[in-house]
Design a protein around this ligand. Structure first.
Ligand code: HEM
Length: 561
Protein backbone atom coordinates (compact mmCIF):
# COMPACT_ATOMS: atom_id res chain seq x y z
CA UNK A 1 0.00 0.00 0.00
CA UNK A 2 2.77 2.32 1.09
CA UNK A 3 4.66 1.49 -2.10
CA UNK A 4 1.58 2.32 -4.14
CA UNK A 5 1.28 5.67 -2.37
CA UNK A 6 4.92 6.52 -3.06
CA UNK A 7 4.49 5.53 -6.70
CA UNK A 8 1.31 7.58 -6.95
CA UNK A 9 2.93 10.68 -5.45
CA UNK A 10 6.03 10.28 -7.69
CA UNK A 11 3.70 9.94 -10.64
CA UNK A 12 1.80 13.02 -9.46
CA UNK A 13 5.03 15.01 -9.10
CA UNK A 14 6.11 14.01 -12.60
CA UNK A 15 2.69 14.89 -13.96
CA UNK A 16 2.69 18.30 -12.26
CA UNK A 17 6.32 18.79 -13.38
CA UNK A 18 5.23 17.93 -16.89
CA UNK A 19 2.44 20.48 -16.53
CA UNK A 20 4.61 23.15 -14.92
CA UNK A 21 7.21 23.15 -17.67
CA UNK A 22 4.87 24.09 -20.53
CA UNK A 23 3.13 26.56 -18.20
CA UNK A 24 6.45 28.26 -17.38
CA UNK A 25 7.37 28.25 -21.08
CA UNK A 26 3.99 29.77 -21.98
CA UNK A 27 4.35 32.44 -19.28
CA UNK A 28 7.87 33.25 -20.50
CA UNK A 29 6.62 33.48 -24.06
CA UNK A 30 3.75 35.75 -23.00
CA UNK A 31 6.17 37.91 -21.03
CA UNK A 32 8.52 38.20 -24.01
CA UNK A 33 5.63 38.92 -26.36
CA UNK A 34 4.44 41.65 -24.03
CA UNK A 35 7.88 43.19 -23.62
CA UNK A 36 9.12 42.91 -27.19
CA UNK A 37 5.97 43.32 -29.21
CA UNK A 38 2.73 44.24 -27.41
CA UNK A 39 4.10 47.03 -25.21
CA UNK A 40 6.07 48.75 -28.05
CA UNK A 41 3.07 48.39 -30.38
CA UNK A 42 0.83 50.04 -27.76
CA UNK A 43 3.32 52.87 -27.28
CA UNK A 44 3.52 53.35 -31.03
CA UNK A 45 -0.25 53.65 -31.26
CA UNK A 46 -0.40 56.11 -28.36
CA UNK A 47 2.39 58.25 -29.81
CA UNK A 48 0.64 58.27 -33.20
CA UNK A 49 -2.64 59.29 -31.57
CA UNK A 50 -0.77 62.05 -29.75
CA UNK A 51 0.15 63.45 -33.16
CA UNK A 52 3.81 62.40 -33.40
CA UNK A 53 4.96 61.48 -36.88
CA UNK A 54 8.20 59.82 -37.96
CA UNK A 55 9.81 57.18 -40.20
CA UNK A 56 7.98 53.82 -40.22
CA UNK A 57 9.76 51.27 -38.00
CA UNK A 58 10.10 47.55 -38.74
CA UNK A 59 10.02 44.78 -36.13
CA UNK A 60 12.34 44.05 -34.31
CA UNK A 61 14.99 46.50 -35.61
CA UNK A 62 12.93 49.68 -35.64
CA UNK A 63 14.67 52.28 -37.82
CA UNK A 64 18.14 50.81 -37.32
CA UNK A 65 18.39 49.44 -40.92
CA UNK A 66 17.84 52.94 -42.35
CA UNK A 67 20.36 54.41 -39.89
CA UNK A 68 22.95 51.78 -40.83
CA UNK A 69 22.33 52.22 -44.58
CA UNK A 70 22.61 56.01 -44.29
CA UNK A 71 25.88 55.74 -42.38
CA UNK A 72 27.26 53.23 -44.90
CA UNK A 73 26.55 55.68 -47.73
CA UNK A 74 28.62 58.41 -46.04
CA UNK A 75 31.92 59.46 -47.65
CA UNK A 76 35.02 57.71 -46.24
CA UNK A 77 36.70 59.21 -43.20
CA UNK A 78 39.57 60.48 -45.35
CA UNK A 79 37.20 62.87 -47.17
CA UNK A 80 36.92 66.29 -45.60
CA UNK A 81 34.67 69.32 -45.47
CA UNK A 82 35.73 72.96 -45.09
CA UNK A 83 36.31 74.08 -41.50
CA UNK A 84 33.53 76.64 -41.68
CA UNK A 85 31.11 74.12 -43.24
CA UNK A 86 27.46 74.82 -42.57
CA UNK A 87 26.50 71.17 -42.83
CA UNK A 88 28.26 69.35 -40.06
CA UNK A 89 24.86 68.14 -38.83
CA UNK A 90 24.37 66.25 -42.11
CA UNK A 91 27.81 64.70 -41.55
CA UNK A 92 27.43 63.66 -37.93
CA UNK A 93 23.73 62.70 -37.85
CA UNK A 94 22.81 62.19 -41.53
CA UNK A 95 19.67 60.16 -40.70
CA UNK A 96 18.38 62.81 -38.31
CA UNK A 97 19.14 65.52 -40.88
CA UNK A 98 17.05 63.57 -43.43
CA UNK A 99 14.12 62.86 -41.06
CA UNK A 100 14.20 66.44 -39.76
CA UNK A 101 13.71 67.56 -43.36
CA UNK A 102 10.64 65.29 -43.69
CA UNK A 103 9.04 65.46 -40.23
CA UNK A 104 10.24 68.71 -38.63
CA UNK A 105 12.06 69.43 -35.38
CA UNK A 106 10.11 66.91 -33.29
CA UNK A 107 9.34 63.36 -34.44
CA UNK A 108 9.45 59.75 -33.27
CA UNK A 109 11.96 57.13 -34.39
CA UNK A 110 12.76 53.64 -33.09
CA UNK A 111 15.97 51.94 -31.98
CA UNK A 112 14.90 48.31 -32.03
CA UNK A 113 11.72 48.18 -29.94
CA UNK A 114 12.54 51.40 -28.05
CA UNK A 115 10.69 54.55 -29.08
CA UNK A 116 12.59 57.86 -29.08
CA UNK A 117 11.04 61.29 -29.34
CA UNK A 118 13.62 63.28 -31.32
CA UNK A 119 13.76 66.92 -30.22
CA UNK A 120 15.61 69.86 -31.78
CA UNK A 121 13.07 72.50 -30.80
CA UNK A 122 13.86 74.37 -27.55
CA UNK A 123 10.24 75.49 -27.08
CA UNK A 124 9.00 71.88 -27.21
CA UNK A 125 11.80 70.77 -24.90
CA UNK A 126 10.85 73.45 -22.38
CA UNK A 127 7.22 72.36 -22.44
CA UNK A 128 7.99 68.67 -21.82
CA UNK A 129 11.06 68.82 -19.60
CA UNK A 130 11.67 72.39 -18.44
CA UNK A 131 10.98 73.38 -14.81
CA UNK A 132 8.67 71.04 -12.85
CA UNK A 133 8.06 68.53 -15.71
CA UNK A 134 11.84 67.93 -15.68
CA UNK A 135 11.29 65.69 -12.64
CA UNK A 136 9.12 63.36 -14.70
CA UNK A 137 12.12 62.21 -16.72
CA UNK A 138 15.03 59.91 -15.83
CA UNK A 139 17.89 58.35 -17.81
CA UNK A 140 17.05 55.73 -20.47
CA UNK A 141 17.23 52.12 -19.25
CA UNK A 142 18.43 51.04 -22.68
CA UNK A 143 21.69 53.03 -22.29
CA UNK A 144 22.03 52.30 -18.58
CA UNK A 145 22.27 48.55 -19.29
CA UNK A 146 24.64 49.18 -22.15
CA UNK A 147 27.04 51.41 -20.26
CA UNK A 148 26.94 49.59 -16.94
CA UNK A 149 30.60 48.45 -17.11
CA UNK A 150 31.68 52.10 -17.57
CA UNK A 151 29.50 53.97 -15.11
CA UNK A 152 27.99 51.29 -12.87
CA UNK A 153 25.37 53.09 -10.78
CA UNK A 154 27.44 56.31 -10.76
CA UNK A 155 25.80 59.73 -10.95
CA UNK A 156 25.36 59.75 -14.74
CA UNK A 157 23.11 56.70 -14.60
CA UNK A 158 21.72 56.84 -11.02
CA UNK A 159 18.04 57.47 -10.45
CA UNK A 160 15.64 58.62 -7.72
CA UNK A 161 16.83 58.82 -4.09
CA UNK A 162 20.22 57.31 -4.95
CA UNK A 163 20.86 60.06 -7.53
CA UNK A 164 19.66 62.83 -5.14
CA UNK A 165 21.90 61.56 -2.31
CA UNK A 166 24.98 61.24 -4.53
CA UNK A 167 24.45 64.59 -6.25
CA UNK A 168 24.17 66.20 -2.81
CA UNK A 169 27.54 64.73 -1.78
CA UNK A 170 29.38 65.15 -5.09
CA UNK A 171 28.39 68.71 -6.12
CA UNK A 172 30.31 70.43 -3.24
CA UNK A 173 33.50 68.54 -4.19
CA UNK A 174 33.45 70.58 -7.44
CA UNK A 175 33.27 73.92 -5.58
CA UNK A 176 35.60 76.67 -6.81
CA UNK A 177 37.72 76.44 -3.64
CA UNK A 178 38.42 72.77 -4.28
CA UNK A 179 39.00 73.33 -7.98
CA UNK A 180 41.46 76.15 -7.28
CA UNK A 181 43.57 73.63 -5.40
CA UNK A 182 43.75 71.51 -8.56
CA UNK A 183 45.39 74.19 -10.76
CA UNK A 184 48.86 72.95 -9.75
CA UNK A 185 48.26 69.36 -10.83
CA UNK A 186 46.73 70.54 -14.12
CA UNK A 187 49.76 72.70 -14.75
CA UNK A 188 52.19 69.92 -13.90
CA UNK A 189 50.56 67.45 -16.32
CA UNK A 190 50.27 70.05 -19.10
CA UNK A 191 53.92 71.05 -18.72
CA UNK A 192 54.87 67.47 -19.59
CA UNK A 193 52.79 67.59 -22.79
CA UNK A 194 54.28 70.93 -23.81
CA UNK A 195 57.82 69.72 -23.24
CA UNK A 196 57.13 66.86 -25.65
CA UNK A 197 55.79 69.30 -28.23
CA UNK A 198 58.78 71.62 -27.72
CA UNK A 199 61.15 68.70 -28.28
CA UNK A 200 59.32 67.81 -31.51
CA UNK A 201 59.62 71.39 -32.74
CA UNK A 202 63.33 71.46 -31.82
CA UNK A 203 63.88 68.23 -33.79
CA UNK A 204 62.21 69.69 -36.87
CA UNK A 205 64.37 72.84 -36.80
CA UNK A 206 61.56 75.34 -36.10
CA UNK A 207 57.95 74.12 -36.36
CA UNK A 208 56.47 70.68 -35.95
CA UNK A 209 53.29 69.03 -37.17
CA UNK A 210 51.60 67.63 -34.07
CA UNK A 211 48.34 65.72 -33.65
CA UNK A 212 47.23 67.93 -30.79
CA UNK A 213 44.07 65.92 -30.14
CA UNK A 214 46.07 62.85 -29.19
CA UNK A 215 48.28 64.79 -26.77
CA UNK A 216 45.40 66.73 -25.26
CA UNK A 217 43.30 63.57 -24.65
CA UNK A 218 46.24 61.89 -22.90
CA UNK A 219 46.84 65.02 -20.87
CA UNK A 220 43.17 65.24 -19.85
CA UNK A 221 43.18 61.57 -18.83
CA UNK A 222 46.23 62.20 -16.65
CA UNK A 223 44.56 65.24 -15.08
CA UNK A 224 41.26 63.48 -14.39
CA UNK A 225 42.98 60.42 -12.91
CA UNK A 226 44.96 62.66 -10.54
CA UNK A 227 42.00 64.92 -9.78
CA UNK A 228 39.60 62.01 -9.19
CA UNK A 229 41.58 59.49 -7.21
CA UNK A 230 45.09 60.91 -6.95
CA UNK A 231 46.63 58.33 -9.27
CA UNK A 232 48.82 59.01 -12.25
CA UNK A 233 49.46 57.24 -15.52
CA UNK A 234 53.17 57.40 -14.96
CA UNK A 235 54.27 57.81 -11.36
CA UNK A 236 52.68 54.62 -10.06
CA UNK A 237 52.43 53.86 -6.36
CA UNK A 238 54.31 51.03 -4.70
CA UNK A 239 51.96 48.37 -6.05
CA UNK A 240 51.67 49.94 -9.48
CA UNK A 241 47.91 50.10 -8.90
CA UNK A 242 47.51 53.57 -10.38
CA UNK A 243 49.06 52.73 -13.70
CA UNK A 244 47.15 49.43 -13.95
CA UNK A 245 43.76 51.03 -13.25
CA UNK A 246 44.45 53.66 -15.83
CA UNK A 247 45.45 51.15 -18.48
CA UNK A 248 42.34 49.05 -17.88
CA UNK A 249 40.01 52.04 -17.88
CA UNK A 250 41.34 53.00 -21.27
CA UNK A 251 41.11 49.44 -22.58
CA UNK A 252 37.47 49.23 -21.50
CA UNK A 253 36.62 52.48 -23.15
CA UNK A 254 38.12 51.29 -26.43
CA UNK A 255 36.28 47.97 -26.21
CA UNK A 256 32.87 49.49 -25.52
CA UNK A 257 33.51 52.11 -28.12
CA UNK A 258 34.39 49.60 -30.84
CA UNK A 259 31.70 47.01 -30.17
CA UNK A 260 28.91 47.65 -32.59
CA UNK A 261 25.83 46.94 -30.54
CA UNK A 262 22.27 46.96 -31.78
CA UNK A 263 20.86 49.31 -29.15
CA UNK A 264 17.25 48.57 -28.27
CA UNK A 265 16.97 45.30 -30.21
CA UNK A 266 15.72 42.45 -27.97
CA UNK A 267 18.47 39.89 -27.20
CA UNK A 268 21.02 41.70 -29.40
CA UNK A 269 23.55 41.31 -26.59
CA UNK A 270 23.59 37.59 -27.34
CA UNK A 271 25.24 38.44 -30.66
CA UNK A 272 28.13 40.09 -28.86
CA UNK A 273 28.56 37.72 -25.96
CA UNK A 274 32.33 37.69 -26.14
CA UNK A 275 32.69 41.49 -26.17
CA UNK A 276 30.07 41.90 -23.45
CA UNK A 277 31.82 39.28 -21.34
CA UNK A 278 35.23 40.91 -21.85
CA UNK A 279 33.88 44.35 -20.92
CA UNK A 280 32.31 42.94 -17.73
CA UNK A 281 35.52 41.10 -16.87
CA UNK A 282 37.58 44.27 -17.31
CA UNK A 283 34.97 46.13 -15.29
CA UNK A 284 35.38 43.68 -12.40
CA UNK A 285 39.19 43.98 -12.50
CA UNK A 286 38.98 47.80 -12.45
CA UNK A 287 36.52 47.67 -9.56
CA UNK A 288 38.88 45.46 -7.54
CA UNK A 289 41.82 47.81 -8.13
CA UNK A 290 39.80 50.91 -7.29
CA UNK A 291 38.43 49.25 -4.15
CA UNK A 292 42.00 48.58 -3.14
CA UNK A 293 42.84 52.30 -3.54
CA UNK A 294 39.71 53.29 -1.60
CA UNK A 295 40.41 50.91 1.32
CA UNK A 296 43.96 52.17 1.55
CA UNK A 297 42.83 55.78 1.45
CA UNK A 298 40.17 55.16 4.12
CA UNK A 299 42.79 53.57 6.30
CA UNK A 300 45.33 56.36 5.80
CA UNK A 301 42.71 59.07 6.35
CA UNK A 302 42.02 57.72 9.81
CA UNK A 303 45.71 57.26 10.69
CA UNK A 304 47.66 59.91 8.86
CA UNK A 305 47.08 63.68 9.01
CA UNK A 306 48.94 64.38 5.73
CA UNK A 307 46.46 62.16 3.93
CA UNK A 308 43.55 64.25 5.27
CA UNK A 309 44.98 67.21 3.37
CA UNK A 310 44.73 65.48 -0.01
CA UNK A 311 42.45 67.37 -2.33
CA UNK A 312 41.46 64.83 -4.96
CA UNK A 313 37.76 64.11 -5.48
CA UNK A 314 37.94 60.69 -3.80
CA UNK A 315 39.41 62.24 -0.63
CA UNK A 316 36.73 64.92 -0.63
CA UNK A 317 33.99 62.31 -0.96
CA UNK A 318 35.53 60.26 1.84
CA UNK A 319 35.76 63.35 4.05
CA UNK A 320 32.10 64.18 3.35
CA UNK A 321 31.15 60.94 5.12
CA UNK A 322 33.64 61.42 7.91
CA UNK A 323 32.79 62.61 11.40
CA UNK A 324 35.97 64.59 11.81
CA UNK A 325 37.73 61.92 13.87
CA UNK A 326 38.64 59.99 10.80
CA UNK A 327 35.76 57.57 11.44
CA UNK A 328 33.15 57.07 8.76
CA UNK A 329 29.73 58.08 10.03
CA UNK A 330 26.71 56.27 8.73
CA UNK A 331 24.61 59.15 7.46
CA UNK A 332 23.20 60.36 4.19
CA UNK A 333 26.63 61.46 3.00
CA UNK A 334 28.42 58.18 3.55
CA UNK A 335 29.12 56.28 0.36
CA UNK A 336 29.92 52.60 0.32
CA UNK A 337 33.12 51.34 -1.32
CA UNK A 338 31.02 50.11 -4.27
CA UNK A 339 29.39 53.51 -4.70
CA UNK A 340 32.75 55.28 -4.57
CA UNK A 341 34.16 52.93 -7.21
CA UNK A 342 31.27 53.77 -9.55
CA UNK A 343 31.69 57.51 -9.01
CA UNK A 344 35.45 57.38 -9.66
CA UNK A 345 34.81 55.52 -12.92
CA UNK A 346 32.10 58.03 -13.81
CA UNK A 347 34.48 60.98 -13.32
CA UNK A 348 37.07 59.25 -15.50
CA UNK A 349 34.74 58.31 -18.36
CA UNK A 350 32.49 61.38 -18.13
CA UNK A 351 35.23 63.90 -17.54
CA UNK A 352 38.35 63.47 -19.58
CA UNK A 353 37.42 63.00 -23.19
CA UNK A 354 34.72 65.67 -23.16
CA UNK A 355 37.11 68.25 -21.74
CA UNK A 356 39.91 67.17 -24.08
CA UNK A 357 37.61 67.59 -27.07
CA UNK A 358 36.64 71.09 -25.96
CA UNK A 359 40.35 72.00 -25.80
CA UNK A 360 41.21 70.22 -29.09
CA UNK A 361 38.42 71.84 -31.12
CA UNK A 362 39.47 75.18 -29.64
CA UNK A 363 43.07 74.75 -30.76
CA UNK A 364 41.78 74.03 -34.26
CA UNK A 365 39.48 77.07 -34.27
CA UNK A 366 42.30 79.32 -33.04
CA UNK A 367 44.66 77.94 -35.68
CA UNK A 368 42.03 78.65 -38.35
CA UNK A 369 41.20 82.12 -36.96
CA UNK A 370 44.58 83.76 -36.18
CA UNK A 371 43.04 87.06 -35.05
CA UNK A 372 41.26 85.23 -32.23
CA UNK A 373 44.45 83.39 -31.40
CA UNK A 374 46.25 86.77 -31.12
CA UNK A 375 43.42 88.25 -29.06
CA UNK A 376 43.54 85.40 -26.53
CA UNK A 377 47.33 85.47 -26.34
CA UNK A 378 47.22 89.20 -25.65
CA UNK A 379 44.59 88.73 -22.96
CA UNK A 380 46.68 85.99 -21.32
CA UNK A 381 49.82 88.12 -21.36
CA UNK A 382 47.87 91.05 -19.92
CA UNK A 383 46.54 89.16 -16.93
CA UNK A 384 49.27 86.57 -16.47
CA UNK A 385 52.54 88.15 -17.69
CA UNK A 386 55.32 85.63 -18.35
CA UNK A 387 57.72 87.54 -16.06
CA UNK A 388 55.58 86.37 -13.12
CA UNK A 389 56.87 82.87 -13.72
CA UNK A 390 54.88 79.90 -14.92
CA UNK A 391 52.70 79.49 -11.81
CA UNK A 392 49.07 80.08 -12.74
CA UNK A 393 46.52 81.40 -10.28
CA UNK A 394 42.84 80.55 -10.40
CA UNK A 395 41.81 84.17 -9.71
CA UNK A 396 43.77 85.44 -12.71
CA UNK A 397 42.55 82.67 -14.96
CA UNK A 398 39.02 83.74 -14.05
CA UNK A 399 39.69 87.17 -15.60
CA UNK A 400 40.20 85.77 -19.09
CA UNK A 401 36.86 87.00 -20.46
CA UNK A 402 37.54 86.46 -24.16
CA UNK A 403 38.68 82.94 -23.43
CA UNK A 404 35.26 82.38 -21.87
CA UNK A 405 33.56 83.56 -25.08
CA UNK A 406 35.75 81.26 -27.15
CA UNK A 407 34.88 78.29 -24.89
CA UNK A 408 31.15 79.03 -25.28
CA UNK A 409 31.48 79.35 -29.05
CA UNK A 410 33.47 76.12 -29.43
CA UNK A 411 30.96 74.21 -27.27
CA UNK A 412 28.22 75.60 -29.49
CA UNK A 413 29.81 74.60 -32.81
CA UNK A 414 31.41 71.34 -31.63
CA UNK A 415 29.55 70.15 -28.51
CA UNK A 416 31.60 67.16 -27.20
CA UNK A 417 28.31 65.62 -25.96
CA UNK A 418 26.26 65.93 -29.15
CA UNK A 419 23.01 64.74 -27.56
CA UNK A 420 21.21 64.53 -24.24
CA UNK A 421 18.83 61.70 -23.44
CA UNK A 422 15.91 61.13 -21.09
CA UNK A 423 13.22 58.49 -20.48
CA UNK A 424 9.69 59.26 -19.27
CA UNK A 425 9.23 57.88 -15.75
CA UNK A 426 5.44 58.47 -15.95
CA UNK A 427 2.88 59.24 -18.62
CA UNK A 428 3.59 62.89 -19.42
CA UNK A 429 0.69 65.14 -20.34
CA UNK A 430 1.28 68.45 -22.03
CA UNK A 431 -0.78 70.95 -23.90
CA UNK A 432 0.08 71.03 -27.55
CA UNK A 433 -0.16 74.20 -29.58
CA UNK A 434 0.82 72.26 -32.73
CA UNK A 435 -1.95 69.69 -32.90
CA UNK A 436 -5.70 69.98 -32.92
CA UNK A 437 -5.89 68.01 -29.68
CA UNK A 438 -5.78 69.94 -26.43
CA UNK A 439 -3.30 67.65 -24.74
CA UNK A 440 -0.59 65.28 -25.82
CA UNK A 441 0.44 62.26 -23.77
CA UNK A 442 3.93 60.85 -23.98
CA UNK A 443 3.64 57.29 -22.65
CA UNK A 444 5.77 56.18 -19.71
CA UNK A 445 8.95 54.47 -20.91
CA UNK A 446 9.27 56.63 -24.05
CA UNK A 447 12.80 57.93 -24.54
CA UNK A 448 13.77 61.42 -25.59
CA UNK A 449 16.80 62.27 -27.74
CA UNK A 450 17.76 65.94 -27.73
CA UNK A 451 19.84 66.78 -30.80
CA UNK A 452 22.26 69.36 -29.41
CA UNK A 453 24.23 69.74 -32.67
CA UNK A 454 21.07 70.65 -34.63
CA UNK A 455 19.94 73.19 -32.04
CA UNK A 456 23.38 74.79 -31.72
CA UNK A 457 23.53 75.42 -35.48
CA UNK A 458 19.90 76.32 -36.09
CA UNK A 459 19.73 79.58 -38.05
CA UNK A 460 16.27 80.25 -36.62
CA UNK A 461 17.91 80.48 -33.18
CA UNK A 462 21.37 81.87 -33.92
CA UNK A 463 20.94 83.88 -37.11
CA UNK A 464 22.30 83.36 -40.59
CA UNK A 465 25.89 83.24 -39.28
CA UNK A 466 25.04 80.20 -37.11
CA UNK A 467 27.81 78.07 -38.66
CA UNK A 468 30.50 80.73 -38.29
CA UNK A 469 33.02 80.92 -35.47
CA UNK A 470 32.13 84.29 -33.92
CA UNK A 471 33.04 84.31 -30.20
CA UNK A 472 31.97 87.96 -30.01
CA UNK A 473 28.34 86.81 -30.09
CA UNK A 474 28.85 85.94 -26.39
CA UNK A 475 30.02 89.46 -25.46
CA UNK A 476 26.91 91.01 -23.96
CA UNK A 477 25.43 88.06 -22.12
CA UNK A 478 25.33 86.33 -25.49
CA UNK A 479 23.56 83.12 -26.37
CA UNK A 480 20.55 82.76 -28.62
CA UNK A 481 18.07 84.19 -26.14
CA UNK A 482 16.64 80.75 -25.33
CA UNK A 483 18.35 78.84 -22.52
CA UNK A 484 17.04 75.54 -23.89
CA UNK A 485 18.71 76.30 -27.24
CA UNK A 486 22.25 76.00 -25.85
CA UNK A 487 22.86 72.75 -23.97
CA UNK A 488 26.53 71.66 -24.06
CA UNK A 489 26.25 70.50 -20.46
CA UNK A 490 22.64 69.24 -20.56
CA UNK A 491 19.79 70.80 -18.62
CA UNK A 492 17.70 70.86 -15.46
CA UNK A 493 18.70 69.00 -12.30
CA UNK A 494 20.89 66.61 -14.32
CA UNK A 495 23.11 69.35 -15.73
CA UNK A 496 26.81 68.32 -15.80
CA UNK A 497 28.33 68.40 -12.33
CA UNK A 498 31.89 68.71 -13.70
CA UNK A 499 31.45 71.82 -15.85
CA UNK A 500 33.48 74.08 -13.53
CA UNK A 501 36.34 71.59 -13.53
CA UNK A 502 36.26 71.72 -17.32
CA UNK A 503 36.31 75.53 -17.24
CA UNK A 504 39.38 75.51 -15.01
CA UNK A 505 41.28 72.86 -16.98
CA UNK A 506 40.43 74.60 -20.25
CA UNK A 507 41.91 77.89 -19.01
CA UNK A 508 45.06 76.29 -17.62
CA UNK A 509 45.81 74.29 -20.77
CA UNK A 510 45.02 77.11 -23.23
CA UNK A 511 46.96 79.72 -21.26
CA UNK A 512 50.00 77.45 -21.26
CA UNK A 513 49.77 76.41 -24.93
CA UNK A 514 49.21 79.92 -26.26
CA UNK A 515 52.07 81.39 -24.24
CA UNK A 516 54.38 78.78 -25.72
CA UNK A 517 53.31 78.21 -29.37
CA UNK A 518 51.85 79.84 -32.42
CA UNK A 519 49.30 77.54 -34.07
CA UNK A 520 48.34 77.08 -37.70
CA UNK A 521 46.42 74.33 -39.49
CA UNK A 522 48.75 71.69 -40.97
CA UNK A 523 48.24 70.84 -44.68
CA UNK A 524 47.54 67.19 -43.77
CA UNK A 525 44.54 68.03 -41.56
CA UNK A 526 41.22 66.64 -42.88
CA UNK A 527 38.19 68.25 -41.24
CA UNK A 528 35.58 65.60 -40.61
CA UNK A 529 33.66 65.83 -37.33
CA UNK A 530 32.07 62.47 -36.48
CA UNK A 531 30.01 61.10 -33.62
CA UNK A 532 31.57 58.16 -31.83
CA UNK A 533 29.74 58.61 -28.52
CA UNK A 534 31.35 62.08 -28.42
CA UNK A 535 31.67 64.59 -31.25
CA UNK A 536 35.27 64.16 -32.33
CA UNK A 537 37.55 64.70 -35.30
CA UNK A 538 37.59 61.51 -37.42
CA UNK A 539 41.24 61.99 -38.35
CA UNK A 540 42.83 63.69 -35.33
CA UNK A 541 43.79 67.39 -35.39
CA UNK A 542 47.16 68.05 -37.01
CA UNK A 543 48.49 71.54 -36.33
CA UNK A 544 51.73 73.24 -37.12
CA UNK A 545 53.28 74.39 -33.84
CA UNK A 546 55.91 77.14 -33.90
CA UNK A 547 57.59 77.97 -30.57
CA UNK A 548 57.18 81.66 -29.71
CA UNK A 549 60.34 83.72 -29.08
CA UNK A 550 59.29 84.64 -25.53
CA UNK A 551 58.75 80.98 -24.73
CA UNK A 552 62.12 80.12 -26.23
CA UNK A 553 63.70 82.83 -24.03
CA UNK A 554 61.99 81.59 -20.88
CA UNK A 555 63.02 78.01 -21.75
CA UNK A 556 66.62 79.13 -22.15
CA UNK A 557 66.43 80.83 -18.76
CA UNK A 558 65.11 77.69 -17.16
CA UNK A 559 67.80 75.55 -18.72
CA UNK A 560 70.64 77.85 -17.63
CA UNK A 561 69.29 78.22 -14.06
C1 HEM B 1 33.45 69.79 -21.96
C2 HEM B 1 33.33 68.97 -20.94
C3 HEM B 1 32.06 68.29 -20.55
C4 HEM B 1 30.89 68.18 -21.27
C5 HEM B 1 30.59 68.68 -22.66
C6 HEM B 1 29.97 67.43 -20.44
C7 HEM B 1 28.67 67.14 -20.81
C8 HEM B 1 27.75 66.52 -19.98
C9 HEM B 1 26.38 66.27 -20.32
C10 HEM B 1 25.72 66.64 -21.65
C11 HEM B 1 25.81 65.67 -19.28
C12 HEM B 1 24.36 65.15 -19.21
C13 HEM B 1 23.47 66.25 -18.66
C14 HEM B 1 22.01 65.91 -18.78
O1 HEM B 1 21.65 64.73 -18.88
O2 HEM B 1 21.20 66.86 -18.80
C15 HEM B 1 26.80 65.52 -18.25
C16 HEM B 1 26.59 64.93 -17.02
C17 HEM B 1 27.59 64.65 -16.14
N1 HEM B 1 28.92 65.00 -16.24
FE1 HEM B 1 29.75 66.13 -17.69
N2 HEM B 1 30.59 67.09 -19.28
C18 HEM B 1 31.87 67.59 -19.29
C19 HEM B 1 32.81 67.50 -18.29
C20 HEM B 1 32.67 66.74 -17.15
C21 HEM B 1 33.69 66.55 -16.14
C22 HEM B 1 35.07 67.18 -16.16
C23 HEM B 1 33.16 65.70 -15.20
C24 HEM B 1 33.75 65.15 -13.94
C25 HEM B 1 34.98 65.03 -13.63
C26 HEM B 1 31.80 65.40 -15.60
C27 HEM B 1 30.94 64.60 -14.90
C28 HEM B 1 29.59 64.48 -15.18
C29 HEM B 1 28.66 63.78 -14.31
C30 HEM B 1 29.01 63.04 -13.01
C31 HEM B 1 27.40 63.90 -14.90
C32 HEM B 1 26.08 63.34 -14.39
C33 HEM B 1 25.31 64.45 -13.66
C34 HEM B 1 23.97 63.99 -13.12
O3 HEM B 1 23.29 63.18 -13.78
O4 HEM B 1 23.60 64.46 -12.05
N3 HEM B 1 31.55 66.04 -16.79
N4 HEM B 1 28.00 66.05 -18.71
Amino acid sequence: MEEQLVKASAHGAMASGALLLPLAATLLLLFLLHDCWFSPALKRRRLRLAGFRGPAPSFPLGNLPEITATMAAMPPSSASVSIGSADIHGGVFPYFARWRGSFGKVFVYWLGTEPFVYVSDPAFLRSVAGGAPGKLWGKPDVFRRDRMPMFGRGLVMAEGDLWARHRHVIAPAFSSTNLNDMVGLMEEATEKMLSEWTALAANSASSAVVDVERGVVRNAAEIIAKASFGISTTDSDSNDVGARVFEKLQAMQTMLFKSNRLVGVPFARLLHLRKTFEAWKLGREIDALLLHIIHRRRHSQSHDTASKKRKDLLSLLLLAGNNGNGKQQQDQRTMTGRELVDECKTFFFGGHETTALAVSWTLLMLAAHPHWQDALRQEILEFIPTNEGTQLEAAKLGKLTKMGWVLNEVLRLYPPSPNVQRQALHDITLSSPDTEKKTVIIPRGTNMWVDVVAMHRDEALWGTDASEFRPERWAAGGGCGDRMGYLPFGFGGRVCVGRNLTGMEYRVVLAMVLRRFELSVAPEYRHQPRVMLSLRPANGIQLLLTPLPAAAASNNNTSTD
